[in-house]
Design a protein around this ligand. Structure first.
Ligand code: C2E
Ligand code: MG
Ligand code: MG
Ligand code: MG
Length: 276
């Protein structure tokens, strides 16, 4: 069976290929196998309400449990999956699995899923979101889609329409890594964002007055626009103190909690009642 379903996908290792090219070809084969064999797993990073300290949801972060190399992080394979046309199938997997797992969490804990710019090109993302919600039974208000400015750079009406349609389902739309990239403020007005996530570089630099100025300006901007503001990359108690003082809505980072599989999240560890 392995032979049959690998046909046409296995790259030949020509002797003239240099080491880097061979390495990449191997990773490519490995990634195709990973998708088929379920080596891609999702870990979840807690998101808190800064004022009260409660966990209000989790961000789904993709990992690859590679049989030889161990746990790989998305920066080492998302770019490759985009290049070789695997990002749509991977993106769909993440959305379905994250919605399914979140549907089993208690209360109204939210789940945030990252989407690649390329997933917005095909025009099929609305159906993929609808299908993930239907299959899992997750309430749409518990799902957030995170996008970076790279999605918006072409200013296509089709992308604006797609985002409006996803938003109309009740799904939240977050601008990820705000403050890096182009950060055109007009993006915030042109698309139906419900949340701004301040890039971790600003939070990690909070000891500097200029970072403080940028962070508090983004929080003010979010408030005026009626958007929730989340600070990423909270690593120090002083970060929380500062963010609390200036009224930042939500936060995440290593100080608050590292990423864990769904079955190791705090609510899964609590003793269950009503279990026969
Ligand atoms: P992101 O969406 O901005 O996710 C936040 C990244 O910052 C995560 O890295 C997280 O582990 C890291 N992080 C969070 N808090 C801290 C902190 O306090 N300190 C430091 N140093 N880092 C922190 P990760 O998991 O390696 O993900 C990197 C990026 O890969 C993500 O950035 C996201 O853009 C992308 N990504 C992750 N999962 C997916 C996915 O399913 N699909 C797509 N298309 N992209 C994904
Ligand atoms: Mg994100
Ligand atoms: Mg981010
Ligand atoms: Mg990022």
């Amino acid at each position: 069976a392995a032979k049959a379903d690998q046909r046409g996908t296995v790259r030949r290792f020509e002797p003239e290929m240099d080491a880097a090219a061979r390495e990449k070809a191997k990773l490519e084969n490995d990634l195709r196998r990973a998708v088929r064999h379920g080596e891609l797993v999702i870990h979840y990073m807690p998101l808190i309400d800064i004022a009260g300290g409660d966990i209000i949801g989790y961000e789904a972060l993709l990992r690859w449990q590679h049989p030889e190399r161990g746990l790989l992080y998305p920066d080492s394979f998302i770019g490759l999956s985009e290049e070789i046309g695997l990002i749509d199938v991977i993106g769909q997997y993440v959305l379905q699995a994250a919605c399914r797992e979140a549907a089993s969490w208690p209360g109204d804990l939210k789940v945030a899923v990252n989407a690649s710019p390329l997933q917005f090109r095909g025009g099929n993302l609305l159906n993929i979101v609808l299908q993930a919600l239907a299959m899992s039974g997750l309430d749409p208000s518990r799902l957030e889609i995170e996008i970076t400015e790279a999605v918006l750079m072409d200013r296509s009406p089709a992308i604006a329409h797609l985002l409006e349609s996803i938003r109309a389902l009740g799904v939240g739309i977050s601008m990820d890594d705000f403050g890096t990239g182009y950060s055109s403020l007009s993006y915030l007005l042109s698309y139906p964002f419900t949340k701004i996530k301040i890039d971790k570089s600003f939070i990690m630099g909070l000891a500097e007055p200029n970072s403080k100025a940028v962070v508090s300006a983004i929080i003010g901007l979010g408030k005026s626009l009626g958007m929730t503001v989340t600070a990423e990359g909270i690593e120090e108690p002083e970060h929380i103190e500062y963010l609390k003082g200036i009224g930042c809505g939500q936060g995440q980072g290593y100080l608050i909690g590292k990423t864990k599989p769904s079955d190791q999240l705090p609510h899964a560890q609590e003793p269950r009642r009503n279990v026969a």
